[in-house]
Design a protein around this ligand. Structure first.
Ligand SMILES: CC(C)(COP(=O)(O)OP(=O)(O)OC[C@H]1O[C@@H](n2cnc3c(N)ncnc32)[C@H](O)[C@@H]1OP(=O)(O)O)[C@@H](O)C(=O)NCCC(=O)NCCS
Length: 157
């Protein structure tokens, strides 16, 4: 994510406490082989437009690039559109984040904008791509995405 992470365990604990008390945000731990591997978050849930911002990461670098993110993404989009009744999910992605752009493109996220020098990350102002997917677009694509994930044994058939 483009935000700077909390720098201490105490700051992380405060972040978690605020997160859990916040009706605007929901999150899910992503597991890999039964162990926590990442986090997926939707924020903006209380706005009247039924859209939310998507954020996600696989924290353990060894668990990346194995399809865990794509599998979590399919489950997360079901939560967003079916359980939470959203109409749109959008994301800001650093323009050089190939893994996120590829994974989100595969699920059906479309590019809606390009923001130059938009995020300060590691001391540099970085470009950001705006991505979004609508509920109907996910419903159209869902079966094919799930079939592909099940074929690779990344989700249950
Ligand atoms: C982005 C992220 C969540 C994707 O999860 P993942 O489990 O690594 O991704 P997957 O294994 O499901 O792969 C998704 C696609 O990206 C590709 N990919 C994976 N790692 C890649 C890399 N380092 N460079 C380019 N492409 C990559 C995969 O080949 C796959 O493409 P395919 O569907 O054509 O095979 C994960 O890489 C991550 O946490 N990255 C660091 C934090 C981050 O960038 N979060 C997103 C902020 S918007």
């Amino acid at each position: 994510m483009s935000d700077q992470p909390p720098e201490t365990e105490a700051a992380s604990a405060l972040w978690l406490e605020a997160f859990l008390a916040d009706p605007d945000r929901r999150g899910w731990i992503i597991t890999h082989n039964g162990a926590p591997a990442g986090f997926l978050m939707l924020s903006g849930l209380t706005n009247c437009n039924r859209r939310a911002e998507w954020g996600w990461y696989i924290g353990d670098p060894d668990a990346r690039g194995r399809g865990v993110g794509r599998a979590a993404q399919a489950l997360g989009l079901d939560k967003a559109f079916d359980d939470l009744g959203l109409e749109k999910v959008w994301a800001e992605v650093l323009a050089d984040n190939e893994a996120a752009l590829k994974a989100q493109g595969t699920a059906g996220f479309r590019r809606e904008g390009y923001l130059r020098g938009h995020a300060l990350k590691d001391g540099a102002f970085r470009d950001v791509v705006l991505l979004a997917i609508l509920a109907d677009e996910w419903r159209t694509r869902r079966a094919a995405v799930r079939k592909s994930l099940a074929g690779s044994h990344l989700i249950a058939a």
